[in-house]
Ligand binder design. Structure first.
Ligand SMILES: Cc1cc2nc3c(=O)[nH]c(=O)nc-3n(C[C@H](O)[C@H](O)[C@H](O)COP(=O)(O)O)c2cc1C
Length: 365
């Protein structure tokens, strides 16, 4: 039986175990969208994960959507990511950068004044999104990209991936869900284009296929993963036939030799995305969403996935792998500090061994 603690290879990424830290936006980047020393410490603490997928990171100024999220397009940002990568590698971990271009799902005040809001079509996101002070506000109408501009956006992604490698990160994960730019192209609700990037399924998947091709050309396919959640309604998304869209996408990129697909698995009555992935994809699969040690083990044991990822449990359990291994009770994360604070609720969750030492000390004094 495949064990959670057994090593696994995802493309060029050799993981010490199959427990992945899922990407989490934590809104603690510095004033120039650079990773801070708090971020270095946060990722260092969690480096015993087989693989860390970083928080969503914008490939360009335009791609930023939220406040205090990091970028990977300026030298200071690359230098910050280098400190993160070094810290994780020093503890034997692996780390890939999640590339997140928000497209229309952004608040203008969160980014540079000259960074406009773009999307496949001029359709406004009806979800409110947190502004600079964390309060949710209306989102503006995006400008539709001209056909000739799309190559430039794809190139920004490719340069961002090259920057991630310059920083010493092990690869990148393309964020293709949660209502951000790639998903805006994929979905019928947000893509009303009439050029070769809109209309038919083959046209709607073209942007994502070309981005993945460009990422693979920039850093090697075996260092590129991508994240999907077919049918995800988050950020006002809608697709008339998500199953067909994702089947076509997976078929189109199946031969690229990509490192993995990272699936947020939330089966609905009409769509079992894991079954869809198993039918149309032959590469490695990381599964996520509300997993426990037992459900993760069951997925692995059934041979349905190669690795599993945990998000919220990694917030409050920096030593999650060790706790799973030793059967130590898990700490519950504090939601109120998910997106605010510096070290509070971020780097101050203790490891189980530190907690035990503190208890011993308290008992002895
Ligand atoms: C605070 C927070 C921030 C998140 N940010 C991201 C993100 O930047 N990119 C992404 O793909 N998913 C993001 N997610 C989704 C998680 O990666 C994951 O899919 C979700 O939390 C379910 O996994 P879990 O049940 O193990 O927490 C975020 C989740 C949380 C709780």
């Amino acid at each position: 039986m495949t064990d959670l603690f057994a090593p696994v290879r995802l493309g060029e990424l050799a993981l010490a175990n199959r427990i992945v830290m899922a990407p989490m936006t934590r809104n603690r980047a510095g004033p120039h969208d650079e990773p801070t020393e708090h971020m270095v410490e946060y990722y260092r603490q969690r480096a015993t994960a087989g693989l860390i997928v970083t928080e969503g990171t914008h490939p360009s100024k335009t791609g930023k959507g939220y406040f205090r999220t990091p970028g990977v397009h300026e030298p200071g940002q690359i230098a910050g990511w280098r400190r993160v990568a070094n810290a994780v590698h020093q503890r034997g971990g692996k780390i890939v950068l999640q590339l997140m271009h928000c497209g229309r799902a952004c608040v203008r005040a969160n980014k540079d004044a000259e960074a406009e809001t773009i999307a496949p079509s001029p359709i406004r996101c009806r979800e409110k999104i947190p502004g600079p002070d964390g309060v949710r506000v209306e989102v503006e109408m995006p400008r539709a990209l001209e056909t000739y501009e799309i190559a430039r956006v794809i190139d920004e992604y490719a340069r961002a991936a090259a920057n991630a490698r310059t920083a010493g990160l092990d690869g990148v994960e393309l964020h293709c869900t949660s209502g951000y730019l790639p998903m805006q192209f994929l979905s019928t609700g947000t893509n009303h284009r009439t050029d070769r990037y809109g209309g038919s399924v083959q046209n709607r998947i073209r942007f994502v296929v070309e981005v993945l091709e460009a990422l693979a050309a920039a850093i090697g396919a075996g260092r590129v993963g991508f994240r999907i959640f077919p049918g995800n309604p988050f950020n006002d998304m809608q697709d008339d036939d998500a199953a067909s869209t994702y089947a076509a996408l997976l078929q189109a990129i199946k031969g690229f030799g990509l490192a993995y697909v990272h699936l947020i698995h939330a089966p609905t009555e009409t769509l079992d995305a894991l079954a869809l992935v198993k039918t149309h994809w032959s590469g490695p699969v990381i599964a996520n969403n509300n997993l426990s040690l037992d459900t993760a083990r069951a997925l692995l044991a059934e041979g349905r996935v190669d690795a599993v990822s945990f998000a919220r449990l990694f917030i409050s359990n920096p030593d999650l792998v060790e706790r799973f291994r030793r059967g130590v009770p898990l700490a519950v994360p504090d939601r109120s500090t998910f997106y605010t604070g510096e070290s509070a609720g971020y780097t101050d969750y203790p490891t189980a061994s530190l907690e035990a030492e503190v208890r011993r000390h308290a008992a002895a004094t």
